[in-house]
Design a protein around this ligand. Sequence first.
Ligand code: PLP
Length: 386
Amino acid sequence: MKIESRLAQIGSICDPVTGAISFPIYQATAFRHPELGQSTGFDYSRTKSPTRKVLEDAIAELEAGDAGFGCSSGMAALQTVFALFAQGDHLLVSLDLYGGTYRLLEQVMSRFGITASYVDTNDLDGLAAHYRPETKALLIETPTNPLMMITDIERVCAWAKSKELLTIVDNTLLTPFFQRPLELGADIVVHSATKYLGGHNDVLAGLIVTKGKELSERMAFLHNSIGAVLGPQDSWLLARGMKTLALRMERHQYNATAIAHWLDKHEAVEEVYYPALEQHPQFAIQQRQSSGNTGILSFRVKDARYVAPILRHIKLIAFAESLGGVESLMTYPAVQTHADIPEEIRRQVGVDDRLLRFSVGIEHADDLIEDLAQAFAAAKQQIEEA
Ligand code: PLP
């Protein structure tokens, strides 16, 4: 079946007793054993829970992986994956990435002796230059958050395999509807499912998908041992959101493309970062490896004085710190999502005080453009009057 059908049918088991279309929320934490040495497959809900299993099986299948793991947040998913590594291990990581991932690596994992180097993951010479005998994995975001840089997944996975490194891809911004990194050679996919997969700005969740029996078994062990698992209510809510992923992603893409073109022509905007624009440096790679584009874009205004009044005057678009939901949100990465990245590194990458990130929702594109237009106009007036 096509992915749209598989998404819509997540958990649509036919309950022989009630005929219920939606799958049940099993709140139980303990499960009765039929006999000594026997199990129904469920013993204790940290290890395995029936409601979470529906979600985990669905994401594993959608990402073309072998096993899925529901976690209490995207950060919990990343922390569980990082537990694969030990003291002395080193990771190669995308130069531009979510600030929380940077914070976890630099302020938490570093205390356990795990280090990371931040590299342009399209530059194989740069990757090779940072490679060390103790390097164990490559972690990429593509597109990156917030600068929308694209990595050629197949190319870096082939390089990583030649060095016997694991490749981990944070697929939050595109979801398996538009991009499936495991099909391109990656070993592990992680998601902040709080974003597009949940889709409604109302559930905090993370997902991990692994490829291969051995890696899946190691991840199952870590997932159960660490215990940062997703509860049954949130598992159900997340899977319910995922049923409409195809429709939502298509609308997010349509709206974001219209807005990227509008911003690109605006006199107050210096640069728009959106992979569907032909001037995007990795436009061709994105076209080849993904079947569509995310609903996130970033733009740099020419004058930093525009930022505060734009954020004050947007009405339909909320000034808030997340992405991927049906409601449009605008974020100021330098002081919000990426504040924990030292200013010097942020500036080097391009996350400066003139950059705004826009998570384009599924409202009508005309209404969003009208809201932006009035906010830009109010900002202009305020600057001129000052
Ligand atoms: N990865 C990416 C790309 C993100 O944008 C985020 C959150 O913004 C995370 C991971 C962390 O996810 P969560 O907020 O669900 O813990």
